[in-house]
Design a protein around this ligand. Sequence first.
Ligand code: DQA
Length: 146
Amino acid sequence: MKNTKVLVLNGPNLGRLDLRDTSIYGNLDFPALKLFIEKCAVDVGLVADVRQSDSEVDIIQWLHEAAEAKIPVVINPAAFTHYSYAIRDAAEMLSVPLIEVHISNPLRREEFRHTSVISGIATGTIAGFGPDSYRLALIALKDLLK
Ligand code: DQA
């Protein structure tokens, strides 16, 4: 399937990557990351609708939208990864693939980041490759949709 739409959802503080620790998150600000993700999607024949919100409500509503319209999802839930059962429950409603991504590798960081309440309902998780985590997720997603 060519030009399949994918929602690429980003959680809190990812909109301010320019203000975060560059040794962990690299040098791309969010607008540059968004462009990178859109280009990676085009390269594999997908169309990425890249969104970011600091609000759990927005992310839950976007997941409802994806569940209803059967749109596959790549999600970096950011800090919500570690404790949002509401996002997990919304993500669990999807009947299409959902890939969890992280720019950093949370397992190499503080202990509170070692728990993901999302991984257990995700199709798969890609973490630790910087912005390339999104590119790898889109490649994996494209293969899953074949
Ligand atoms: C993150 C990792 C999370 O632990 C953190 O809260 C983030 C970003 C990542 O992409 O590496 O905000 O999801």
